[in-house]
Design a protein around this ligand. Structure first.
Ligand code: MN
Ligand code: MN
Length: 307
């Protein structure tokens, strides 16, 4: 890997790690999800990063892809299992990282169970990161993740996986399984990959729900309406990376944004990313790091507060 590219990955990772540390401190009982996300976004920009995708906070049975809408009213409460997942890029080179925050219930036994769930995805991630070396079969990573999660009495989420990263691409090959999946692929030196185990008290399988607030351009098509064209101009500025409705509303207002999103969805220009809940609505924890595959793996998103 060229030094310049490695430097960009490392810089993106450092900013993402710092923003994640900061964001996790904000997730407390009574705090507004919308305000927390806005503070995290401001932090990423202040640290000199660009968004690889909108910061997201998925609660409880929702494993991923929940992002506050412009009128979001969610307030964090006791017993919430919050997954903060954020992405930063420098010149298109991406850092993707996530951590689970548990808001204590005050009931010692209940809190112990929630901490164990959190620990399961964290231990799975740490076990997988040690294997992020050239030549490791991806099935070995899946196996290690599955073992850590199942040994603690939970299910790995099998239809979510880690992924390769590319320039301005957040979901590239290879797919990094969270269970012993049938694959013959092996890791190669200098691949940038995100590893993200999810542990569930429920089905260990997610489904696509409704009311997406996250989108990305999947195909450009000619657009006639001048208003939609104006909104599309903003969207093109995201370089094909995912964005959230709230960013468009801040710039174009709710009416124009709603109209443009409707038209662009109908034209097939946009792909939607709806929230992903567990099929049995169990509680889900997640931890994620970005790593450069080397004999000594480089975990770009590791921060001082996250050994
Ligand atoms: Mn992520
Ligand atoms: Mn990811």
């Amino acid at each position: 890997m060229e030094q310049e590219i490695l430097d960009a990955y490392v810089k993106a990772g450092k900013i993402a790690g710092q923003a994640l540390d900061y964001g996790c401190t904000l997730i407390v009982e009574g705090a507004s999800m919308l305000e927390v996300l806005e503070q995290i976004e401001a932090k990423i920009l202040a640290l000199g990063g660009d968004f690889a995708f909108p910061p997201q906070i998925s609660l409880n049975d929702v494993a991923a892809h929940y992002c506050a809408g412009p009128d979001e009213e969610t307030v964090f409460k006791k017993g919430d299992v919050a997954k903060l997942d954020l992405g930063v890029h420098i010149d298109g080179y991406v850092a993707d990282t996530a951590r689970t925050v548990v808001i204590p219930t005050g009931d010692a036994e209940e809190d112990k169970k929630l901490e164990l769930l959190k620990e399961a995805s964290k231990a799975a991630l740490e076990a997988a990161l040690k294997l992020a070396k050239p030549g490791t079969p991806l099935v070995e990573i899946g196996k290690a993740i599955e073992k850590e999660i199942k040994s603690r009495g939970f299910n790995p989420v099998v239809n979510l996986s880690g992924h390769g990263l590319g320039k301005f691409v957040i979901h590239d090959s290879p797919s990094v399984p969270n269970f012993e999946a049938p694959t013959n692929e092996v890791l190669h030196e200098d691949q940038a990959i995100a590893i993200e185990p999810f542990a569930s008290t429920g089905a260990g399988m997610i489904y696509e729900s409704a009311n997406a607030t996250i989108y990305a351009v999947q195909e450009t098509r000619p657009v006639r309406s001048p208003m939609t064209r104006e909104v599309l101009k903003t969207i093109v500025g995201y370089n094909g990376l995912p964005f959230t409705k709230r960013w468009l509303v801040a710039k174009h207002g709710p009416g124009k944004t709603a109209m443009a999103l409707r038209e662009l969805k109908n034209l097939g220009v946009l792909h939607e990313y709806p929230p992903l809940p567990d099929k049995a609505h169990g509680l889900v924890s997640q931890h994620e790091h970005t790593v450069i595959v080397k004999d000594e793996p480089i975990v770009t998103t590791r921060s001082s507060k996250n050994r």
